[in-house]
Design a protein around this ligand. Structure first.
Ligand code: G6Q
Length: 546
């Protein structure tokens, strides 16, 4: 495909940007009572309001045209048809098959993958039922109470985020733990909270070679054997999720207790696969299926909805608009839902590992800006911390506000207060406060003369800071499935527009290679050599006697 910035729609957007840059959202709303109606969409219980974006009808039309000229629909078809769209790893990209509740055949290299997908789901159902009903017993015949998922990156962030998000649907008799960090403090802390007789470890690793995961898994295994005094206990307390049967069996886990997935499932897209085992154990298979159904509904929408109504495409285009035409570097997720407190971390990996690329699909350096720095957190807490920059800083940071209309834990006035804050922040970022308004307020407070003039500039809010509001009725498994799939496809559509491969992650390799070289030097097994002066001095510092 051609360089995106050569597309006619891109160039037309560049010209139109000069017009839009001078418009203020406050005036656009005042002049147009239908703005919300035109620039918002419903998807079941989800309302996506993108009217607080710096777009005109013309900009929106041109953005949609950009998606067409960048062949986003063709990329969607190729991906859903199992073509090798991850060309650098020579892999199909089929997380959509994992939640293909229609069960229509999906082929990879001529073979329908649906029977295997369904077989693993059945395996997960049987196993999770046994745990939840107390039929799976530990080595000393006690039922499982603590479940420890050991995994990192894509084998950690998704299951952890979903288990937290859907806690109201979880089994309260099970305590879920997620160990990812190779810092021994992490596993040590979790082990002190667990009873070896009633703890199940899920070792989740696609490759089963990841240094952090294998180190944590071996520490957990040694702890269990030491505490229960018998190697045979491992079979009752360890299961694995992996594509590497040989590695699993070498670790000492019976491959009958291994839950399989496939190379066409990328790590950061894997929560729908057997990597979702902790979710299934905690929520039960029926709720997991609802999660899959929600994602499947979004998949169908993405595949079939016209571009101008296609939510992932719309969000993707708005991102491109700010990144490439306004020069925005980052995107903030402002979550007004405590259950979704890990969503920003999850989306950070999804977005930054997928689109943090500078070489295009043709092997050439990109000539445009690609994926943003994605960050964020709980919105209400952020208001008392980083929102200052969002309101009055020098960076333009498009925001996503997420909030449930109804709380699963109605508590006095808490929820209306939370929502009022969310709505107010999006409004404040958009309308701002003019100098005249600020002056009138200061006068009302009794200020005048120099005192007023000196304070005045600090009291002005420029506004015109764009946001999308994603409001949902309640955070159900179905809704969450749709929401995550919405962001997955947004990232994919952006990658298609930028002509980059959103599904590889070569940028994580170099650090791993260097860590392997440094480790024996740190342990004193090899002399410290061959690094720059800074790295050498730091290694030597770490080796000084305590
Ligand atoms: C995700 C990445 C990465 C991966 C972890 C864990 O897309 O590939 O985050 O999930 O490095 O890998 P393993 O599952 O192989 O241990």
């Amino acid at each position: 495909m051609s360089v995106p910035s050569n597309l006619p729609a891109w160039q037309a957007l560049q010209a139109h940007h000069a017009v839009v840059a001078d418009l203020h959202l406050r005036d656009m709303f005042a002049a147009d009572p239908d703005r919300f109606t035109r620039f918002s969409r419903r998807f079941g219980d989800l309302l996506v309001d993108f009217s607080k974006h710096r777009i005109t009808d013309e900009a929106f039309g041109l953005l949609i045209e950009l998606a067409r000229q960048a062949q986003v629909p063709a990329w969607i078809e190729r991906t859903f048809n199992g073509e090798i769209v991850n060309h650098t790893e020579k892999r199909a990209v089929l997380h959509i098959a994992l939640r293909n509740r229609s069960n229509r055949p999906i082929f990879v290299k001529g073979q329908d993958v649906m029977p295997e997908v369904n077989a693993v789901l059945e395996h997960m159902r049987k196993f999770s039922d046994q745990i939840r009903r107390g039929k799976w017993r530990g080595f000393t015949d006690k039922r499982i109470r603590d479940v420890v998922n050991i995994g990192i990156g894509g084998s950690d962030l998704g299951p952890k985020m979903i288990c937290q998000a859907l806690e109201p649907y979880g089994d309260p008799s099970l305590r879920m733990h997620f160990v990812s960090n190779v810092d021994g403090a992490h596993i040590s802390h979790v082990l002190t909270e667990c009873d070896p007789e009633t703890t199940l470890f899920i070792v989740a690793s696609k490759t089963f070679t990841t240094q952090e995961t294998m180190t944590n898994a071996h520490t957990a295994r040694a702890w269990l054997v030491r505490e229960l005094g018998d190697e045979a206990a491992v079979a009752k307390h360890f299961v694995a999720v992996s594509t590497n049967a040989a590695g699993v069996s070498k670790f000492g886990i019976d491959t009958a207790n291994m839950f399989e997935f496939w190379d066409w499932v990328g790590g950061r897209y894997s929560l729908w696969s057997a990597i979702g085992l902790p979710i299934v154990v905690y929520l039960g298979m029926d709720h997991f299926i609802e999660l899959l159904e929600g994602a499947h509904a979004m998949d169908e929408h993405f595949r079939t909805a016209p571009l101008e109504d296609n939510l992932p495409v719309i969000l993707a285009l708005l991102g491109v608009w700010y990144i490439d035409f306004f020069g925005a570097d980052s995107q903030v997720m402002l979550v007004y839902d405590d259950y979704l407190r890990s969503l920003p971390d999850y989306l950070q990996q999804l977005d930054m590992e997928s689109n943090g690329k500078s070489i295009d699909r043709d092997g050439k350096p990109v000539k445009i800006d690609t994926g943003p720095i994605l960050w964020g957190g709980l919105g209400n807490n952020g208001q008392h911390a980083f929102y200052q920059l969002l309101h009055q800083g020098t960076h333009l940071v498009p925001a996503d506000f997420l909030a449930p209309a109804h709380s699963p834990v109605p508590t006095g006035d808490h929820h209306p207060i939370l929502l009022a804050n969310c709505l107010a922040q999006a409004e404040a970022m958009m309308v701002g406060k003019t100098e005249a308004q600020a002056r009138a307020e200061l006068e009302k407070q009794g200020l005048s003369g120099d005192a007023l003039e000196q304070l005045l500039p600090y009291k002005v809010f420029p506004g015109n800071r764009p946001s999308t509001s994603l409001f949902y009725r309640r955070l159900t498994p179905q809704l969450l499935g749709s929401l995550i799939a919405l962001y997955e496809h947004k990232v994919f559509a952006q990658g298609a527009i930028w002509n980059i491969n959103s599904f590889d992650q070569w940028g994580v390799e170099l650090g791993k290679q260097l860590a392997n070289a440094i480790l024996p030097e740190l342990k004193g097994e090899r002399p410290v050599a061959g690094h720059d002066a800074s790295t050498m001095a730091l290694i030597k510092f770490c080796r000084e006697e305590d």
